[in-house]
Design a protein around this ligand. Structure first.
Ligand SMILES: Cc1ncc(COP(=O)(O)O)c(C=O)c1O
Length: 430
């Protein structure tokens, strides 16, 4: 505890205020292995939160590839090297054939920044649509899309935020196709408002599973209709797969959940299982047109070490059948959460895609009133019981879980049992 206090003071003194930390009692982690994290006192935690180490913390095959290549050579992409080509070939083979080019960078923010530039250059437009409860990164252009944290510069004329599709708290009790029509209609209205303002439209960027919005059940047909409007108006669909990609949903890619193939998509977080590598994948003609006019070079993006690591991640996902594991264990966890919903009134809704879950907590089931204070208490209580997760959503009332893809049914039983205990003890206190 004394050491925790020293670290906290040092952070404040050296890094300044405003550096976010999880939990009322922060966790000081020193080691990771598979789905487990260990703190400085040797205590073990079940990691139900971290999607970046998608193949499990410190996977030996990934670490070995990193060390081997780091011992041999690390330069940049202005020299010929096989690693970037081997990786690009393997990566692109996982996508629809129309998505046949890749550009590499280091962070999700950079990838989204680049995707916006490619979209704006190709369409000649400026206007971009995003949702009204999201986060896409921290560069100046990308921060314009963030509604979770408003940028200090305010928002420019070239951004329109549309409501994210929410089948649980649907407006006017709408359902099914009518609900999809209502939400897609907001996209059409945003496009029209660009038109009226004399701003040429470039496209729409969304996470294909609306992860930061709280992982809602997407009304069937919504994406088809919304992207239909975008394309009819000459815009491009950018799917931000920074959270949704690499097997998380039980599919290789998040956009496969709704079946609408993007024009451009961005990758990050799990791509290097912790090593900073990100990318933009797009239809060849979009990237070729951009590259012919704009020089794109990224000192660290696509270097031999990053590509070796990223290739090892793809190999492990494939060899350990982690996409399939995400689908099957994901279903098991989802059913377990649905069981808890029957028992605990605080659970208003359970959302899930593969090994990505949102548990929507409410103080009143009938009114669907968000329960942010209770959600925070539960997250902290679970941390005390050595289960790590967090919360998200427009009202901060959605338990957010996305464990490493090697999560097992035994891990799931521990998670569900502990959550059950915490929810029961919370109820006893009320
Ligand atoms: C959907 C999404 N896109 C982009 C980013 C930004 O990625 P990075 O932090 O690597 O810049 C994030 C980060 O949380 C994200 O959730």
């Amino acid at each position: 505890m004394a050491h925790t206090q020293t670290l906290l003071e040092k952070r404040e003194r050296l890094l300044g205020p405003g550096n976010p930390l999880f939990y009322e009692k922060p966790v000081h982690l020193v080691r990771g292995e598979g789905v487990w994290l260990f703190d400085a006192d040797g205590q073990r935690y079940l990691d139900c939160y971290n999607n970046v180490p998608c193949v499990g913390h410190c996977h030996p095959r990934v670490v070995d590839r990193l060390c081997q290549q780091a011992k041999l050579l690390n330069t940049h992409t202005r020299y010929l090297h096989e690693n970037i080509l081997d990786y690009a070939e393997k990566l692109l083979s996982k996508f629809d054939a129309s998505l046949d080019r890749v550009m590499l960078a280091c962070t999700g923010s950079e990838a989204n920044e680049l995707a916006l530039r490619v979209a704006r250059f190709n369409t000649g437009g400026e206007g971009v649509i995003c949702t009204n409860a999201t986060y896409h990164g921290n560069t100046r252009a990308v921060a314009q899309l963030n509604s979770i944290f408003e940028p200090f510069e305010g928002y420019g004329d070239d951004i329109r935020m549309v409501p994210w599709p929410d089948a649980y708290r649907a407006p006017d009790g709408l359902q099914g196709e009518a609900l999809a029509d209502a939400y897609a209609g907001k996209v059409r209205e945003a496009i029209e408002s660009f038109d009226q303002a004399g701003i040429r439209f470039a496209g729409m960027i969304v996470c294909p599973i609306f992860a930061n919005e709280g992982l809602p059940a997407i009304p069937p047909g919504y994406m088809q209709k919304a992207i239909g409007y975008v394309r009819d108006a000459g815009g491009l669909y950018i799917a931000d797969e920074v959270q949704a990609g690499f097997g998380r949903t039980g599919n290789w890619w998040g956009h496969q959940v709704t079946g609408v193939v993007p024009d451009i998509l961005t990758l990050g977080k799990p791509m290097g299982a912790g090593h900073p590598i990100s990318g933009v994948v797009a239809r060849g003609e979009l990237i070729d047109h951009y590259r012919k006019h704009e020089m794109y070079f990224n000192t660290f993006g696509g270097n031999p070490v990053s590509c070796a690591v990223a290739e090892a991640v793809l190999d492990v996902i494939e060899d350990e059948r982690l996409v399939e594991n995400a689908a099957s264990v994901g279903r098991y966890v989802f059913d377990g959460f649905r069981g808890l919903q029957e028992k605990h009134d605080i659970i208003g809704d359970v959302r899930g895609n593969g090994l990505f879950f949102g548990i929507y907590l409410v103080t009143d089931r009938r009114r669907k009133t968000p329960a942010p204070a209770e959600t925070k208490r539960i997250v902290n209580r679970l941390r005390e019981k050595h289960i790590l997760m967090s919360n998200i959503g427009e009202h901060d009332n959605v338990l957010k879980l996305r464990p490493p893809l090697c999560f097992s049914t035994d891990n799931a039983d521990q998670l569900i049992g502990t959550l059950d205990d915490v929810l029961s003890s919370l109820q006893e206190q009320v």
